[in-house]
Design a protein around this ligand. Structure first.
Ligand code: PBG
Length: 337
């Protein structure tokens, strides 16, 4: 335990340690480095295509050739890994999301191209069906639109295997089904992918802050048309709870997760901090699309300087105890660090 007794004024003057830039630099407790960051990227079909994403300023959907370029840029700046999300054609989306485990799907082709051209960077892929289902849910639904747990986790295993087969280094189940980490670990091991790691979205809340992401992968409009619930509250966590987050993490650790994600990030710093205090496992904070958009929009209105506010937001994750941070601004800030 630390001892916070500080003496008393006038002997003690805490401003001494803040007086000059070099002094502040010398005593700084936390830092953000490029190696702390993970860059999420959205992939689309085509060549040389860059599509602006409505609601997510300064982020784009990119064709595979441009994703490879971004991966090189990230590698050169010292960013250790990228995270891939597909925006596939609506015509490929089905009730059960079968395209998710097609070995030639957009994501698998992207993984192969990155592994061929930029082998030094880590590739992380989301495991969940929402970019592939016609209803926009993360899993397979029954007649009432309720996501069926055990049928879904069997499908997620096929998806994870297709990604591992293509060369993915880390699979990241983001679906919040019960028991999925254990079955994915088993499936990977049985197929010989003992070194493919699992980064589990363990504490993932049902959040409004995913809005821009759902536009980016095209699940927003599908969710709106879906016959069941249009939110994800029957599987993602209730934002009134923290104990539940610790139970989710404990289960995932038990089931074999190698790293765990807390998501969203900024409004959930308490959860990150509790996770870091309770679990000896790398904790990854996900600064989600809505958080990034808020910062961008506020800066565009002149509320504050983007770089300064953004760096401050990243430092909060480090202070809370996060090991790494997934952020749409990873590349732009890495250039300035
Ligand atoms: C898919 C998934 C989502 C995000 C990451 N993976 C959206 C959702 O659960 O609806 C959100 C990321 C972001 O908002 O930046 N399950």
């Amino acid at each position: 335990m630390k001892n916070f007794s500080a003496g008393s004024f006038p002997t003690t003057r805490l401003r001494r340690l803040r007086k000059s830039a070099w002094m502040r630099e010398m005593v700084a407790q936390n830092s953000v480095k490029a190696s702390d960051l993970i860059l999420p990227l959205f992939v689309i079909e085509g060549k040389k295509i860059e599509e602006k994403i409505e609601h997510l300023p300064d982020a784009s959907r990119l064709s595979i050739d441009l994703i490879v370029k971004k991966a090189k840029e990230a590698r050169d700046l010292g960013i250790p890994a990228i995270m891939l999300f597909p925006a596939i054609d609506q015509s490929l989306k089905t009730l059960e999301g079968e395209e998710a485990w097609n070995e030639k799907n957009l994501i698998c082709r992207t993984i192969r191209e990155i592994k061929k051209n930029v082998p030094e960077i880590g590739v992380i892929c989301d495991v969940a069906l929402d970019p592939y289902t016609s209803h926009g849910h993360d899993g397979i639904v029954d007649d009432n639109g309720y996501v069926i747990n055990d049928t879904t986790i069997a499908a997620l295993c096929k998806q994870a295997l297709a990604q591992a087969e293509a060369g993915c280094d880390i699979v990241a189940p983001s679906d919040m089904m019960d028991g999925r980490v254990a079955v994915i670990r088993d499936a990977l091991d049985d197929a010989g992918f003992v070194d493919v790691a699992i980064m589990s979205y363990s504490a993932k809340y049902a959040s409004s802050f995913y809005g821009p992401f759902r536009h980016a992968v095209g699940s927003a409009s599908n969710l709106k048309k879906s016959q069941g619930t249009q939110d994800k509250k029957t599987y993602q966590m209730d934002f009134r709870n923290t104990d539940e987050a610790m139970r989710e993490i404990a289960l995932d650790v038990e089931e074999g997760a190698d790293l765990i994600i807390v998501k969203p990030g900024m409004p959930y710093l308490d959860v990150i901090s509790q996770a870091a205090q309770n679990f000896a496992i790398p904790i990854i904070a996900y600064q989600v699309s809505g958080e990034y958009a808020m910062l961008k929009h506020a800066a565009a209105k002149g509320v504050f300087d983007f770089d300064a506010a953004f760096l401050e937001s990243l430092m909060a994750f480090k202070r809370a105890g996060a090991t790494s941070i997934i952020s749409y601004g990873a590349l732009e800030i890495a250039k300035k660090l």
